[in-house]
Design a protein around this ligand. Structure first.
Ligand SMILES: Cc1cc2nc3c(=O)[nH]c(=O)nc-3n(C[C@H](O)[C@H](O)[C@H](O)COP(=O)(O)OP(=O)(O)OC[C@H]3O[C@@H](n4cnc5c(N)ncnc54)[C@H](O)[C@@H]3O)c2cc1C
Length: 420
Protein backbone atom coordinates (compact mmCIF):
# COMPACT_ATOMS: atom_id res chain seq x y z
CA UNK A 1 0.00 0.00 0.00
CA UNK A 2 1.41 3.38 -0.94
CA UNK A 3 1.49 6.32 1.43
CA UNK A 4 0.41 9.84 0.73
CA UNK A 5 3.97 10.53 -0.35
CA UNK A 6 5.92 13.77 -0.45
CA UNK A 7 4.15 16.83 0.88
CA UNK A 8 2.38 19.23 -1.37
CA UNK A 9 1.29 22.68 -0.35
CA UNK A 10 -1.46 23.04 2.22
CA UNK A 11 -4.89 22.49 0.69
CA UNK A 12 -7.23 25.41 0.50
CA UNK A 13 -9.89 25.46 3.15
CA UNK A 14 -13.61 25.71 2.99
CA UNK A 15 -14.59 26.49 6.50
CA UNK A 16 -18.08 27.07 7.78
CA UNK A 17 -18.34 28.01 11.46
CA UNK A 18 -20.35 25.48 13.41
CA UNK A 19 -21.81 25.59 16.85
CA UNK A 20 -21.78 22.69 19.26
CA UNK A 21 -25.36 22.43 20.43
CA UNK A 22 -24.34 20.86 23.75
CA UNK A 23 -21.76 23.42 24.84
CA UNK A 24 -22.71 26.37 22.70
CA UNK A 25 -19.02 26.61 21.79
CA UNK A 26 -18.09 27.78 18.32
CA UNK A 27 -15.48 25.72 16.56
CA UNK A 28 -13.37 26.48 13.56
CA UNK A 29 -15.78 24.38 11.54
CA UNK A 30 -15.05 21.49 9.27
CA UNK A 31 -13.58 21.57 5.84
CA UNK A 32 -15.33 19.75 3.05
CA UNK A 33 -12.18 17.90 2.07
CA UNK A 34 -9.02 16.82 3.83
CA UNK A 35 -6.11 14.56 3.06
CA UNK A 36 -6.37 13.01 6.51
CA UNK A 37 -9.19 12.92 9.06
CA UNK A 38 -8.29 11.83 12.58
CA UNK A 39 -11.21 10.72 14.73
CA UNK A 40 -10.37 11.36 18.39
CA UNK A 41 -8.56 14.16 20.17
CA UNK A 42 -6.86 12.28 22.99
CA UNK A 43 -3.09 12.06 23.22
CA UNK A 44 -3.04 9.79 20.17
CA UNK A 45 -5.03 12.01 17.85
CA UNK A 46 -3.06 15.08 18.92
CA UNK A 47 0.31 13.36 18.60
CA UNK A 48 -0.51 12.02 15.13
CA UNK A 49 -1.61 15.50 14.04
CA UNK A 50 1.63 16.95 15.43
CA UNK A 51 3.86 14.45 13.64
CA UNK A 52 1.97 14.82 10.37
CA UNK A 53 2.26 18.59 10.58
CA UNK A 54 5.98 18.39 11.39
CA UNK A 55 6.40 16.40 8.18
CA UNK A 56 4.52 19.03 6.21
CA UNK A 57 1.17 17.25 6.04
CA UNK A 58 -1.22 19.88 7.29
CA UNK A 59 -4.36 19.23 5.28
CA UNK A 60 -5.58 17.35 8.29
CA UNK A 61 -8.70 17.55 10.43
CA UNK A 62 -8.88 16.24 13.97
CA UNK A 63 -12.45 15.57 15.04
CA UNK A 64 -13.00 15.48 18.77
CA UNK A 65 -16.55 14.89 19.96
CA UNK A 66 -15.96 16.64 23.30
CA UNK A 67 -12.78 18.55 24.03
CA UNK A 68 -9.12 17.59 23.68
CA UNK A 69 -8.03 15.05 26.31
CA UNK A 70 -11.56 14.93 27.73
CA UNK A 71 -11.65 11.17 28.21
CA UNK A 72 -9.04 8.53 29.12
CA UNK A 73 -6.12 10.83 28.37
CA UNK A 74 -7.28 13.57 30.71
CA UNK A 75 -7.78 11.06 33.53
CA UNK A 76 -4.57 9.17 32.96
CA UNK A 77 -2.21 8.32 35.78
CA UNK A 78 0.37 9.24 33.13
CA UNK A 79 3.18 7.22 34.67
CA UNK A 80 6.07 6.95 32.24
CA UNK A 81 8.11 3.76 32.16
CA UNK A 82 9.79 1.53 29.61
CA UNK A 83 9.36 -1.78 31.41
CA UNK A 84 7.28 -3.84 28.96
CA UNK A 85 7.05 -7.47 27.94
CA UNK A 86 7.29 -6.87 24.19
CA UNK A 87 10.42 -5.29 22.76
CA UNK A 88 8.44 -3.29 20.24
CA UNK A 89 6.47 -1.64 23.04
CA UNK A 90 9.63 -0.96 25.05
CA UNK A 91 11.17 0.66 21.99
CA UNK A 92 8.09 2.85 21.55
CA UNK A 93 8.18 3.79 25.25
CA UNK A 94 11.87 4.70 25.00
CA UNK A 95 11.25 6.87 21.94
CA UNK A 96 8.45 8.58 23.82
CA UNK A 97 10.73 9.27 26.78
CA UNK A 98 13.09 11.07 24.41
CA UNK A 99 10.21 13.20 23.15
CA UNK A 100 9.06 13.96 26.70
CA UNK A 101 12.62 14.96 27.61
CA UNK A 102 12.82 17.35 24.65
CA UNK A 103 9.18 18.42 24.67
CA UNK A 104 9.85 22.13 25.23
CA UNK A 105 12.46 22.29 22.51
CA UNK A 106 10.47 20.22 20.03
CA UNK A 107 7.13 21.92 20.49
CA UNK A 108 7.98 25.35 21.90
CA UNK A 109 5.42 24.54 24.61
CA UNK A 110 6.03 24.30 28.33
CA UNK A 111 7.65 21.23 29.88
CA UNK A 112 5.11 18.51 30.65
CA UNK A 113 7.41 15.86 32.11
CA UNK A 114 8.46 15.26 35.70
CA UNK A 115 11.48 13.06 35.18
CA UNK A 116 11.70 11.78 38.72
CA UNK A 117 12.60 8.23 37.74
CA UNK A 118 10.18 5.31 38.14
CA UNK A 119 10.30 2.39 40.55
CA UNK A 120 8.81 -1.06 40.06
CA UNK A 121 8.46 -3.43 42.95
CA UNK A 122 7.58 -7.06 42.41
CA UNK A 123 7.24 -10.30 44.28
CA UNK A 124 9.85 -13.05 44.26
CA UNK A 125 7.83 -15.16 41.83
CA UNK A 126 8.12 -12.38 39.22
CA UNK A 127 11.91 -12.25 39.47
CA UNK A 128 12.86 -14.66 36.66
CA UNK A 129 10.72 -12.83 34.11
CA UNK A 130 11.88 -9.46 35.36
CA UNK A 131 15.55 -10.46 34.97
CA UNK A 132 14.91 -11.70 31.44
CA UNK A 133 13.17 -8.47 30.59
CA UNK A 134 15.81 -6.11 31.86
CA UNK A 135 18.52 -7.87 29.85
CA UNK A 136 16.44 -7.19 26.74
CA UNK A 137 15.57 -3.67 27.84
CA UNK A 138 19.21 -2.75 28.31
CA UNK A 139 19.97 -4.01 24.80
CA UNK A 140 17.26 -1.67 23.49
CA UNK A 141 18.86 1.21 25.38
CA UNK A 142 16.72 1.46 28.49
CA UNK A 143 18.57 2.63 31.58
CA UNK A 144 17.57 0.44 34.49
CA UNK A 145 19.17 -0.62 37.73
CA UNK A 146 18.23 -2.95 40.53
CA UNK A 147 17.59 -1.48 43.96
CA UNK A 148 18.51 -3.23 47.18
CA UNK A 149 15.91 -3.21 49.95
CA UNK A 150 18.11 -0.64 51.66
CA UNK A 151 18.05 1.56 48.54
CA UNK A 152 14.30 1.15 48.36
CA UNK A 153 13.83 2.21 51.98
CA UNK A 154 16.05 5.22 51.40
CA UNK A 155 14.08 6.25 48.32
CA UNK A 156 10.64 5.58 49.82
CA UNK A 157 10.99 6.32 53.54
CA UNK A 158 8.54 4.33 55.62
CA UNK A 159 7.90 1.64 53.03
CA UNK A 160 7.14 -1.79 54.41
CA UNK A 161 9.17 -4.23 52.28
CA UNK A 162 7.27 -7.38 53.35
CA UNK A 163 6.57 -9.48 50.29
CA UNK A 164 8.81 -7.36 48.06
CA UNK A 165 11.11 -9.69 46.14
CA UNK A 166 12.84 -7.06 44.04
CA UNK A 167 12.80 -3.41 43.13
CA UNK A 168 14.09 -1.78 40.00
CA UNK A 169 14.58 1.81 38.98
CA UNK A 170 14.36 3.48 35.60
CA UNK A 171 15.98 6.90 36.05
CA UNK A 172 14.50 8.24 32.80
CA UNK A 173 10.93 7.41 33.83
CA UNK A 174 8.54 9.58 35.80
CA UNK A 175 5.16 11.03 35.06
CA UNK A 176 3.74 13.70 32.81
CA UNK A 177 0.82 16.07 32.57
CA UNK A 178 -1.48 14.30 30.09
CA UNK A 179 -3.66 17.30 29.30
CA UNK A 180 -0.72 19.64 28.71
CA UNK A 181 0.96 17.00 26.54
CA UNK A 182 -2.13 16.68 24.35
CA UNK A 183 -2.67 20.43 24.14
CA UNK A 184 1.02 20.94 23.39
CA UNK A 185 0.91 18.61 20.40
CA UNK A 186 -2.41 20.06 19.24
CA UNK A 187 -1.18 23.66 19.52
CA UNK A 188 1.79 22.96 17.28
CA UNK A 189 -0.37 21.08 14.77
CA UNK A 190 -2.89 23.92 14.75
CA UNK A 191 -0.21 26.57 14.32
CA UNK A 192 0.94 24.73 11.20
CA UNK A 193 -2.53 24.64 9.69
CA UNK A 194 -4.18 21.49 11.01
CA UNK A 195 -7.87 21.99 11.84
CA UNK A 196 -8.67 20.82 15.34
CA UNK A 197 -12.44 20.62 15.68
CA UNK A 198 -13.65 20.20 19.24
CA UNK A 199 -17.28 19.45 19.87
CA UNK A 200 -17.60 17.78 16.47
CA UNK A 201 -18.35 14.05 16.45
CA UNK A 202 -17.73 11.81 13.50
CA UNK A 203 -20.92 9.89 12.79
CA UNK A 204 -19.93 7.59 9.96
CA UNK A 205 -17.34 6.54 7.41
CA UNK A 206 -18.27 6.24 3.74
CA UNK A 207 -16.51 3.68 1.60
CA UNK A 208 -16.25 3.44 -2.14
CA UNK A 209 -15.17 0.05 -3.53
CA UNK A 210 -13.45 -0.90 -0.30
CA UNK A 211 -11.64 2.41 0.10
CA UNK A 212 -12.30 5.25 2.47
CA UNK A 213 -14.15 8.01 0.65
CA UNK A 214 -15.51 10.32 3.34
CA UNK A 215 -16.13 10.87 7.01
CA UNK A 216 -19.54 12.04 8.12
CA UNK A 217 -20.00 14.46 10.96
CA UNK A 218 -22.90 16.31 12.48
CA UNK A 219 -21.47 19.37 10.76
CA UNK A 220 -21.31 17.87 7.30
CA UNK A 221 -19.36 15.39 5.24
CA UNK A 222 -15.61 15.54 4.74
CA UNK A 223 -14.28 13.92 1.57
CA UNK A 224 -11.07 12.12 2.41
CA UNK A 225 -9.17 9.01 1.41
CA UNK A 226 -7.46 8.53 4.76
CA UNK A 227 -9.06 8.20 8.16
CA UNK A 228 -7.38 7.40 11.46
CA UNK A 229 -9.41 5.71 14.13
CA UNK A 230 -8.00 7.16 17.36
CA UNK A 231 -11.33 7.10 19.16
CA UNK A 232 -10.13 5.11 22.18
CA UNK A 233 -13.08 3.38 23.87
CA UNK A 234 -15.29 4.29 20.92
CA UNK A 235 -12.82 2.70 18.50
CA UNK A 236 -14.92 -0.44 18.06
CA UNK A 237 -17.90 1.63 16.96
CA UNK A 238 -15.81 3.71 14.55
CA UNK A 239 -14.33 0.51 13.09
CA UNK A 240 -17.80 -0.91 12.52
CA UNK A 241 -18.69 2.07 10.32
CA UNK A 242 -16.07 0.77 7.89
CA UNK A 243 -17.17 -2.83 8.38
CA UNK A 244 -14.05 -3.66 10.38
CA UNK A 245 -14.34 -5.69 13.54
CA UNK A 246 -11.99 -4.06 16.03
CA UNK A 247 -11.80 -6.20 19.16
CA UNK A 248 -11.84 -3.52 21.82
CA UNK A 249 -13.72 -3.86 25.07
CA UNK A 250 -14.33 -0.96 27.38
CA UNK A 251 -13.58 -1.11 31.08
CA UNK A 252 -14.13 1.41 33.83
CA UNK A 253 -11.04 2.33 35.83
CA UNK A 254 -10.80 4.31 39.03
CA UNK A 255 -8.17 6.48 40.65
CA UNK A 256 -8.13 8.33 43.96
CA UNK A 257 -6.14 11.38 45.00
CA UNK A 258 -4.86 11.68 48.55
CA UNK A 259 -3.69 14.61 50.63
CA UNK A 260 -1.45 14.10 53.64
CA UNK A 261 -1.00 16.23 56.79
CA UNK A 262 2.72 15.64 56.68
CA UNK A 263 4.12 16.10 53.22
CA UNK A 264 7.46 14.57 54.20
CA UNK A 265 5.65 11.19 54.36
CA UNK A 266 4.45 11.47 50.77
CA UNK A 267 6.43 9.21 48.39
CA UNK A 268 8.49 11.20 45.88
CA UNK A 269 8.88 8.55 43.21
CA UNK A 270 6.18 7.13 40.98
CA UNK A 271 5.81 3.43 41.74
CA UNK A 272 4.20 0.50 39.99
CA UNK A 273 3.61 -1.96 42.75
CA UNK A 274 3.27 -5.48 41.40
CA UNK A 275 3.08 -6.93 44.90
CA UNK A 276 -0.13 -5.32 46.16
CA UNK A 277 -1.22 -4.35 42.64
CA UNK A 278 -1.43 -0.61 42.70
CA UNK A 279 0.43 2.39 41.36
CA UNK A 280 1.03 5.81 42.72
CA UNK A 281 2.66 9.11 41.86
CA UNK A 282 2.65 12.69 43.05
CA UNK A 283 -0.10 14.91 41.71
CA UNK A 284 0.16 18.70 41.61
CA UNK A 285 3.23 18.48 43.82
CA UNK A 286 1.54 17.92 47.16
CA UNK A 287 -0.93 15.09 46.58
CA UNK A 288 -0.68 11.44 45.69
CA UNK A 289 -2.63 9.81 42.85
CA UNK A 290 -3.25 6.11 43.45
CA UNK A 291 -4.83 3.52 41.17
CA UNK A 292 -5.42 -0.18 40.90
CA UNK A 293 -2.58 -2.13 39.28
CA UNK A 294 -2.38 -5.36 37.32
CA UNK A 295 -3.51 -8.09 37.24
CA UNK A 296 -7.02 -6.86 37.88
CA UNK A 297 -10.66 -7.71 37.32
CA UNK A 298 -12.37 -6.03 34.40
CA UNK A 299 -15.30 -3.76 35.14
CA UNK A 300 -16.92 -3.65 31.69
CA UNK A 301 -18.70 -0.41 30.90
CA UNK A 302 -20.81 1.39 28.34
CA UNK A 303 -18.62 4.33 27.26
CA UNK A 304 -21.70 6.53 26.87
CA UNK A 305 -23.16 5.69 30.23
CA UNK A 306 -20.93 4.92 33.19
CA UNK A 307 -20.38 6.33 36.65
CA UNK A 308 -17.54 8.84 36.60
CA UNK A 309 -17.23 8.88 40.39
CA UNK A 310 -14.95 6.46 42.22
CA UNK A 311 -16.83 3.91 44.34
CA UNK A 312 -16.48 3.94 48.12
CA UNK A 313 -15.30 0.29 48.28
CA UNK A 314 -12.57 1.17 45.79
CA UNK A 315 -11.26 3.94 48.02
CA UNK A 316 -11.42 1.59 50.98
CA UNK A 317 -9.46 -1.10 49.15
CA UNK A 318 -6.76 1.37 48.14
CA UNK A 319 -6.47 2.69 51.71
CA UNK A 320 -6.10 -0.86 53.04
CA UNK A 321 -3.27 -1.54 50.63
CA UNK A 322 -1.58 1.73 51.56
CA UNK A 323 -1.94 1.04 55.29
CA UNK A 324 0.04 -2.13 54.67
CA UNK A 325 2.69 -0.79 52.28
CA UNK A 326 3.11 2.82 53.42
CA UNK A 327 1.75 2.72 56.98
CA UNK A 328 2.98 6.10 58.22
CA UNK A 329 1.83 7.89 55.12
CA UNK A 330 -1.58 6.18 55.17
CA UNK A 331 -2.11 7.10 58.82
CA UNK A 332 -1.85 10.78 57.90
CA UNK A 333 -3.50 10.63 54.49
CA UNK A 334 -7.09 11.10 53.34
CA UNK A 335 -8.83 10.73 50.03
CA UNK A 336 -9.76 14.14 48.65
CA UNK A 337 -10.95 13.10 45.22
CA UNK A 338 -11.87 10.02 43.24
CA UNK A 339 -12.95 9.51 39.67
CA UNK A 340 -13.45 6.88 37.02
CA UNK A 341 -12.58 6.82 33.37
CA UNK A 342 -12.17 4.21 30.64
CA UNK A 343 -9.67 1.78 29.19
CA UNK A 344 -10.00 0.47 25.64
CA UNK A 345 -8.84 -3.10 26.07
CA UNK A 346 -7.79 -5.62 23.41
CA UNK A 347 -7.76 -9.39 23.93
CA UNK A 348 -3.98 -9.39 24.54
CA UNK A 349 -3.76 -6.00 26.27
CA UNK A 350 -1.61 -4.59 23.50
CA UNK A 351 -2.57 -1.79 21.13
CA UNK A 352 -3.71 -2.14 17.54
CA UNK A 353 -1.68 0.01 15.19
CA UNK A 354 -1.50 0.63 11.50
CA UNK A 355 -3.29 0.18 8.23
CA UNK A 356 -6.04 -2.38 7.82
CA UNK A 357 -5.87 -4.90 4.96
CA UNK A 358 -9.62 -4.98 4.30
CA UNK A 359 -10.18 -1.24 3.90
CA UNK A 360 -7.77 0.94 2.06
CA UNK A 361 -7.29 4.27 3.78
CA UNK A 362 -8.26 3.13 7.29
CA UNK A 363 -5.53 3.37 9.93
CA UNK A 364 -6.04 2.12 13.47
CA UNK A 365 -4.49 3.63 16.58
CA UNK A 366 -6.52 2.16 19.42
CA UNK A 367 -6.72 -0.47 22.13
CA UNK A 368 -4.14 0.96 24.50
CA UNK A 369 -5.41 -1.19 27.34
CA UNK A 370 -4.54 1.21 30.13
CA UNK A 371 -0.94 1.95 29.26
CA UNK A 372 -1.10 4.14 26.19
CA UNK A 373 -0.39 7.61 27.44
CA UNK A 374 3.35 7.14 27.74
CA UNK A 375 3.46 5.62 24.25
CA UNK A 376 1.53 8.45 22.62
CA UNK A 377 4.39 10.80 21.73
CA UNK A 378 6.22 8.18 19.66
CA UNK A 379 3.14 6.43 18.31
CA UNK A 380 2.10 9.65 16.59
CA UNK A 381 5.31 9.47 14.57
CA UNK A 382 4.78 5.83 13.63
CA UNK A 383 1.21 6.45 12.52
CA UNK A 384 2.42 9.45 10.49
CA UNK A 385 4.82 7.03 8.76
CA UNK A 386 1.96 4.61 8.07
CA UNK A 387 0.04 7.46 6.46
CA UNK A 388 2.80 9.18 4.53
CA UNK A 389 5.13 6.33 3.68
CA UNK A 390 2.64 3.49 3.35
CA UNK A 391 3.95 1.76 6.45
CA UNK A 392 5.94 2.53 9.57
CA UNK A 393 9.54 2.65 8.35
CA UNK A 394 11.50 3.42 11.46
CA UNK A 395 10.18 0.47 13.49
CA UNK A 396 8.60 -2.83 12.60
CA UNK A 397 5.13 -2.63 14.15
CA UNK A 398 3.73 -5.62 12.30
CA UNK A 399 3.24 -7.52 15.57
CA UNK A 400 0.74 -4.83 16.60
CA UNK A 401 -1.46 -4.97 13.51
CA UNK A 402 -5.12 -5.95 13.61
CA UNK A 403 -4.38 -9.08 11.59
CA UNK A 404 -2.71 -10.70 14.60
CA UNK A 405 -6.13 -11.59 16.02
CA UNK A 406 -7.30 -13.44 12.90
CA UNK A 407 -3.93 -15.21 12.71
CA UNK A 408 -4.16 -16.05 16.41
CA UNK A 409 -0.79 -14.40 17.01
CA UNK A 410 -1.74 -12.71 20.24
CA UNK A 411 1.05 -11.07 22.19
CA UNK A 412 2.05 -12.36 25.58
CA UNK A 413 2.74 -10.48 28.79
CA UNK A 414 5.80 -11.56 30.75
CA UNK A 415 4.01 -11.51 34.08
CA UNK A 416 0.81 -13.22 35.07
CA UNK A 417 -2.59 -11.81 34.21
CA UNK A 418 -3.29 -8.82 32.06
CA UNK A 419 0.05 -7.07 32.47
CA UNK A 420 1.57 -5.84 29.24
C1 LIG B 1 -7.59 5.82 35.23
C2 LIG B 1 -6.56 5.67 34.14
C3 LIG B 1 -5.22 5.61 34.47
C4 LIG B 1 -4.25 5.45 33.46
N1 LIG B 1 -2.93 5.45 33.81
C5 LIG B 1 -1.99 5.40 32.83
C6 LIG B 1 -0.61 5.51 33.15
O1 LIG B 1 -0.24 5.64 34.33
N2 LIG B 1 0.29 5.50 32.13
C7 LIG B 1 -0.09 5.36 30.83
O2 LIG B 1 0.78 5.34 29.96
N3 LIG B 1 -1.40 5.23 30.50
C8 LIG B 1 -2.34 5.26 31.46
N4 LIG B 1 -3.66 5.16 31.14
C9 LIG B 1 -4.05 4.89 29.76
C10 LIG B 1 -3.95 6.10 28.87
O3 LIG B 1 -4.50 7.22 29.51
C11 LIG B 1 -4.68 5.81 27.56
O4 LIG B 1 -4.20 4.62 26.99
C12 LIG B 1 -4.48 6.94 26.56
O5 LIG B 1 -4.74 8.20 27.14
C13 LIG B 1 -5.39 6.70 25.38
O6 LIG B 1 -5.36 7.82 24.54
P1 LIG B 1 -6.28 7.85 23.26
O7 LIG B 1 -6.00 9.13 22.57
O8 LIG B 1 -6.11 6.58 22.50
O9 LIG B 1 -7.78 7.77 23.81
P2 LIG B 1 -8.72 8.81 24.55
O10 LIG B 1 -8.00 9.70 25.47
O11 LIG B 1 -9.87 8.03 25.10
O12 LIG B 1 -9.24 9.71 23.36
C14 LIG B 1 -10.20 9.25 22.42
C15 LIG B 1 -11.02 10.47 22.06
O13 LIG B 1 -11.86 10.14 20.97
C16 LIG B 1 -13.03 10.93 21.09
N5 LIG B 1 -14.06 10.31 20.25
C17 LIG B 1 -14.64 9.11 20.42
N6 LIG B 1 -15.54 8.88 19.44
C18 LIG B 1 -15.51 9.97 18.64
C19 LIG B 1 -16.22 10.35 17.46
N7 LIG B 1 -17.16 9.57 16.92
N8 LIG B 1 -15.95 11.55 16.90
C20 LIG B 1 -15.02 12.38 17.44
N9 LIG B 1 -14.33 12.07 18.57
C21 LIG B 1 -14.56 10.89 19.14
C22 LIG B 1 -13.34 10.87 22.58
O14 LIG B 1 -14.17 11.94 22.99
C23 LIG B 1 -11.94 10.93 23.19
O15 LIG B 1 -11.58 12.24 23.57
C24 LIG B 1 -4.65 5.33 32.10
C25 LIG B 1 -6.01 5.40 31.78
C26 LIG B 1 -6.96 5.58 32.77
C27 LIG B 1 -8.40 5.66 32.39
Amino acid sequence: MGGLGPRRSVCSRDIAPIRNTETGKETEGVQKTAEVVIIGGGVMGASIAYHLAMRGCTDVIVLEAKSLAAEGTGHSGALVRQHYSQDVVTEIALRSVRIFEDFEELTGQRNVFQQTGWIKIGSEDMRVEMERLIVRHRRIGVEVRMLSMQDLRAMIPGINTDGVGFALFEPRGGHADPVATTLGFANVARSKGVAICEGVAATGIRLNKGRVAAVETAAGTIQTSLVVNAAGPWGGRVGSWAGVDVPVQVTREQDVVLACDDESLMPRYPVSNGVDRDYWRRKDGSMLLVGDGHPKQSDYADPDNFSREADRPFGKMIMERLHFRLPEFAKHARIVKGYASLYDVTPDWHPILGRVDAVEGLVLCIGFSGHGFKLGPAIGGLIAEEILDGKAQSLDISALRLSRFAKKELLQGAYAGNQA
